[in-house]
Write a protein that binds this ligand. Structure first.
Ligand code: PAF
Length: 303
């Protein structure tokens, strides 16, 4: 595995691969890798001749009072994991390499509406930062396919929308959330949890599962289901930002036309803000029948 820091060096390597007709898969990350990242890289390996993973803690997607400085950075451990997964290139740029003119004046990618709801309402500017850096990384790596976890469901929708609207020639694939044995979604931010908070954390997935079962059991009183989810998390000791049932494709409120639903939540405990979601009917469309997300990715053609 080559570790590349400079964009010019990355471009040189990518150009040689493309000239040789090789297919490239890309997994962007912020490092501190866990088994969830591992499954993205393994899926990337199956889909392409070459796999690039980036590790870049992107300052543009952190608010002024967020955890940019504290975000866990474990480059040596990450490098070993990626070596063992037969990654071809680890791209680890510096902030100056990605934002040579500084962050304040860089061109930005916005996805109106989607970027302002749910997590976007609580983290202003966050999804602009994500969409901007992912666009830059996709332009640098020029992959045929890029893979993201469904745990960050809103992020995945925003990236997919940006890729489609901006005619990026890449397939965006979402893969199911990797969970701890007790149901907690794997996340680098889980390490902010104290042992007591860690013991409570699986209650988030349990609350989502209860909502999913209620809908799959035929309930359609979504507002009541949302209120029950909020109360359940509050009673368990969380400070939930939201607990909502949404159309899985638009992230708007469910309508009679909604084919897929998703239940999403963000909840704070101690210094951690945890997010998670579950698809209703496991993303099988019409709340039980149809296509999964991965297949949806392929169905949505770019420009
Ligand atoms: O999900 C993440 O780790 C980040 O938001 C991403 C997609 C790598 C962009 O910085």
């Amino acid at each position: 595995m080559d570790t590349i820091v400079r964009t010019a060096d990355l471009r040189r390597v990518v150009r040689a691969w493309r000239n040789a007709g090789e297919r490239i898969a890309f997994v962007p990350t912020m490092g501190n890798l866990h088994a969830g990242h591992g499954s993205l890289v393994a899926a990337a390996r199956e889909r392409a001749d070459r796999v690039v993973v980036s590790i870049f803690v992107n300052p543009l997607q952190f608010g002024p009072n967020e955890d940019f400085a504290a975000y866990p950075r474990t480059p040596e451990q990450d490098r070993k994991i990626l070596e063992s997964l037969a990654v071809d290139v680890l791209f680890m740029p510096t902030v100056e390499e990605i934002y040579p003119r500084g962050q304040a004046t860089t061109a930005r990618v916005h996805v109106p509406e989607l970027e302002d709801i749910l997590c976007g309402a609580f983290r202003p500017g966050h999804f602009m930062g994500v969409a901007t850096v992912v666009t830059k990384l996709l332009n640098l790596v020029q992959p045929d396919v890029a893979l993201f976890g469904e745990k960050d469901y809103q992020q995945l929708m925003i990236i997919r929308r940006a890729a489609e609207d901006l005619c990026m020639p890449v397939e965006i694939v979402g893969l199911p959330t990797t969970r701890e044995p007790d149901g907690l979604a794997m996340s680098s931010r889980n390490r902010y949890l104290t042992p007591e908070q860690r013991a409570l954390a699986p209650r988030i997935f349990a609350a989502l599962e209860r909502a999913r079962e209620a809908i799959e059991g035929g309930r359609r009183d979504f507002e009541a289901i949302e209120a029950e989810g909020m109360s359940e998390l509050q009673a368990a000791g969380f400070r939930p930002d939201y607990f909502v049932v949404r159309d899985a494709e638009t992230l708007g409120s469910p309508t009679p036309d909604s084919k897929n639903l998703v239940v999403l939540t963000a909840a704070r405990i101690g210094r951690a803000r945890l997010i998670d979601n579950v698809r209703v009917g496991e993303g099988r469309g019409a709340w039980g029948l149809g296509l999964g997300l991965e297949e949806e990715a392929r169905r949505t053609s770019s420009c």
